[in-house]
Write a protein that binds this ligand. Sequence first.
Ligand SMILES: [Cu+2]
Length: 174
Amino acid sequence: MNLQTQRRALLGALVAAAGAPAATALAATGPASRAGAPGSRGETPSESYAWGEPGSPKAVTRTIEIAMSDTMRFTPDSLAFTRGETVRLRVRNRGKVMHELVLGTQAELDAHAALMRKFPGMKHHESYMVHVAPGRSGEIVWTFSRAGRFRFACLIAGHYSAGMVGDIEVSERR
Ligand SMILES: [Cu+2]
């Protein structure tokens, strides 16, 4: 079992323990479906989570600029979307240390953060996260296919606990 597989398995177990609906989504896109595709971003149409799914760049209707700072804040730290919207989250790291933006439910992010504390050196990449080096920018193209309240966070050890989080509200289409 390699580190990524191990982290994913642990994450699934932790989320399941937290009683989050995301557990099934994570399991469904688990290591079995990615076997033989190391480094794959796994952006297949079937990939979906409680907080949405990877979006097609062609479907983007707006771009949201988000700044990350070493004061452990995202600006803005509150985002609102309508269900079905595909957006580009363009994230700029204005600090001097690495930051990341990870989308998820509160339960999923809590579980993931606990895992990061346990294995601080762990690195992996999923479609719903972007790691951004100091002075650089990165992006996530995401379709908010489900209504609800979600979060985005930097799960680097110490950052999440310092409050590097934001809110996402996805409302039903009118
Ligand atoms: Cu950070």
